[in-house]
Ligand binder design. Structure first.
Ligand SMILES: Cc1cc2nc3c(=O)[nH]c(=O)nc-3n(C[C@H](O)[C@H](O)[C@H](O)COP(=O)(O)O)c2cc1C
Length: 172
């Protein structure tokens, strides 16, 4: 059930060395392409990286908050043609969470690394670093990277009574 997947999803930043099967990778590709987009424009592009050298370089996109990519089995770079849609960030975020929920269902773990609006160093953005590394054209901006692999850490579900219930208002 989707509710159980949502209850079990946590950010996993430690991964075992086990590689993903080609079947799992194919399923994740299908899932991400099923994500809805505004006006059905599909402005996104998804780069599936399993090459360890490229994973290690992606992990250096930011000083903090991306290092876990190096030990993942797969990193999905979620980017978009910004000229195709004014809401490409929303489209990318929806695709990212669809991917993360499918990852959870497959018994894998994942963590989001924010790239858009983040710095690589004092002089350059994380987005520029990734687009240079992957040789992406100038109309493509990177939203985030989802690192995926077999979990090497266990995280429990959040207790239901500890959720941010005060953030919900009822108007009846
Ligand atoms: C939009 C967004 C950006 C995030 N960026 C990062 C990031 O750059 N690095 C990181 O380690 N985790 C990142 N996370 C993961 C959050 O830190 C994590 O979801 C949050 O702490 C709650 O933990 P949980 O996912 O285990 O429930 C991001 C999550 C979201 C939704």
């Amino acid at each position: 059930m989707l509710l159980d997947i949502l209850r079990n999803r946590r950010s996993i930043r430690q991964f075992t060395n086990k590689q993903l099967s080609t079947e799992h990778i194919a399923q994740l590709k299908e899932v991400i392409l099923r994500a809805p987009t505004s006006r059905g424009l599909n402005p996104w592009q998804f780069i599936f990286v399993t090459n360890p050298e490229i994973l290690a370089k992606l992990a250096q996109a930011k000083a903090k908050g991306s290092t876990f990519i190096a030990n993942s089995a797969l990193a999905v770079v979620i980017c978009a043609d910004t000229t195709r849609s004014d809401v490409w960030t929303e489209d990318c975020a929806i695709a990212a969470i669809c991917l993360q929920l499918a990852v959870t269902e497959l018994g894998l773990g994942s963590c989001w690394s924010q790239i858009r609006l983040r710095s690589h160093d004092e002089n350059s953005s994380a987005g520029k670093y990734v687009t240079n590394l992957l040789k992406l054209p100038s109309n493509i901006d990177v939203d985030c990277i989802i690192a995926i692999g077999y979990p090497a850490e266990e995280k429990g579900t959040y207790p239901t009574d500890e959720l941010a219930w005060s953030h919900i208002k009822d108007i009846n």
